[in-house]
Design a protein around this ligand. Structure first.
Ligand code: SAM
Ligand code: SF4
Length: 328
């Protein structure tokens, strides 16, 4: 079973299926977009399926598909089917902006997808359009409805909190959980290639960070009570407004310790294993996959390279990729 040098079992693999996206969220993607991947640059479905088989043999039990926007990936339904059928894999989930979810939920559910995490930073249609540089919020709501209809639940909603942009919406977003069995998770903004100017009307780089402690203060009136985390809530600390149907979680890479329970490895769309989201080091497995080699030693090497914790507080920020190229 994959275990890192600090004794953490690695049972969770996050796979980025594409660096492309149909939105350009200000904190994730440059306004001008990124160059399209070259032919042959991205892993094929067969290569991804092979890596998942090897990982499952080493104890990986859960797989999350992300991006860029994973719903843009051609052959996604078939890939979900193959991963879900891999011996040892107990759950396949997906993180999405939901723009295409209403159309694809039924086929994904039939292929064996368990559930979805959906990104939603605001409830205001105009602000949504600004943050995502063009997205229509109604599509998110349609995607949520479709996911519920087809059993892609429990639904988690991910909100990246940025001071002066959406920190005023924490109460309204948390109140969604009163009636809906959704798990709203507030995420601290991570400094991953997004230090530049986001354009007119957006806060300056040194003003944006909003800590998890400040989030708790914003929600003080709701008397949040510690709650049992829904399955797969990862590093989120989970709470409930008394009597609410859903939960409110906080993911705080900077404000609180977050690394001790790390159980994951990441695979980029171009075939690099990334031991830590917040560090640049990567291990290429694409060549091994294309040469028909067993990738098990590469999995162990990547796990052996996992740091005990990130070094953001020492201002060691990842430089080589944008979040859209890693998958969160
Ligand atoms: N396109 C999909 C989506 O938006 O859900 C999946 C990929 S996206 C990179 C995965 C998650 O990372 C999203 O919830 C997004 O909000 C989050 N994210 C992106 N950039 C971030 C940043 N700088 N800090 C914290 N979270 C970030
Ligand atoms: Fe695209 Fe998701 Fe990044 Fe937004 S957060 S630009 S939807 S990859």
């Amino acid at each position: 079973m994959l275990t890192d040098p600090f004794g953490r079992p690695i049972t969770y693999l996050r796979i980025s299926l594409t660096p492309r996206c149909n939105l350009r969220c200000v904190y994730c993607m440059p306004a001008a977009g990124l160059p399209a991947p070259e032919k042959g640059e991205l892993l094929t479905n067969e290569e991804i399926a092979e890596l998942v088989r090897a990982a499952a043999r080493q104890g990986v039990r859960r797989v999350r598909l992300t991006g860029g926007e994973p719903l843009l990936r051609r052959g996604l339904v078939d890939l979900v089917r193959r991963i879900a059928a891999t011996p040892g894999i107990e759950e396949v989930s997906l993180t999405t902006n939901a723009m295409l979810l209403a159309k694809k939920a039924v086929a994904l559910a039939a292929a064996g997808l368990s559930r979805v995490n959906i990104s939603l930073d605001t409830l205001d249609p105009e602000k949504f359009r600004r943050i995502t540089r063009g997205g229509r919020i109604q599509r998110v709501f349609d995607g949520i409805s479709a996911a519920e209809e087809h059993g892609l639940t429990p639904i988690k909603l991910n909100t990246v909190v940025v001071r002066g942009l959406n920190d005023d919406e924490l109460p309204a977003l948390a109140r969604l959980t009163l009636e809906h069995p959704w798990h709203v998770r507030f995420i601290e903004l991570m400094p991953v290639g997004n230090a530049q100017d986001w354009g007119p009307g957006f806060p300056a780089a040194d003003q944006r960070y909003f800590s998890v402690q400040e989030m708790h203060q914003k929600l003080a009136a709701y008397n949040l009570q510690p709650a049992e985390a829904p399955r797969g809530n990862g590093p989120a600390r989970t709470f409930r407004i008394p009597g609410a149907a859903g939960t409110v979680g906080f993911i705080s890479p900077l404000g609180e310790h977050f690394c001790a329970a790390c159980n994951r490895l990441r695979l980029t769309a171009d075939g690099n294993l990334r031991p830590c989201l917040l560090m640049d080091e990567e291990i290429n497995v694409r060549d091994a996959l294309r040469n028909g080699e067993d990738v098990t030693p590469w999995l162990w090497q990547a796990v052996a390279r996992k740091p005990e914790g990130h070094e953001l507080l020492l201002q060691h920020y990842p430089q080589t990729r944008r979040m859209v190229q890693i998958g969160g």
